[in-house]
Design a protein around this ligand. Sequence first.
Ligand code: TMP
Length: 217
Amino acid sequence: MPQRGRFITLEGGEGVGKSTNVAFVAGWLEAQGLEVVRTREPGGTPLAESIRALLLATTFDEPLDTDAELLLMFAARAQHLAEKIEPALSRGAWVVCDRFTDATFAYQGGGRGIDPARIATLERFVQKGLAPDLTLLLDMPPEASAERLAGRMRTQNTHLDRFEREQAAFFSAVRGAYLERAKAEPERFAVIDAARPLDQVQQVLEQVLSERVAPWR
Ligand code: TMP
């Protein structure tokens, strides 16, 4: 039986540079000779990506109920775990995931105000004890990330999804909830100042990976 792979997640608010840094982390691990599966939430499989489309859509003329949003996040996650994450970890691949359950505690808990105890119940039900081995939290004041988001909109001509349309208070609650989780589990989290230039952020990421990955090999 191959040694089980490791599960690494990247988290943070909107516009903190997650996609670029997910690619960087995956590339760094591949350069160490590891098999890496790069994925994201909500989504990661065709069915879970369909649930993602429902979650991000702005086209329905009825509001998405807060509990329905929470359950859809976990429905997508259950599918993603069964079809992609668990099989990869079992065959010894390392999984690098753009967001996971910390995002649910931050967005549905912090942002929407759902009791974290209810989220923890679903977490146990769906994940059956599985948790990330390492979580890289890209942290930035929401004002700075809002500026980045606005810049991306101008240059790439994209529209804002249902979460990106939230107000400043929502994003500062999201950030607060992320930082609280990081404080509660310092051995799992590394908090990275993402307001710095990209090359400096990646230097820190490389340092964290070198320190944390070596003992696992
Ligand atoms: P993305 O833009 O980083 O791909 O994520 C899509 C959105 O989904 C983002 O605004 C955060 C939100 N989200 C939640 O609200 N709860 C979750 O559990 C996850 C994984 C994402």
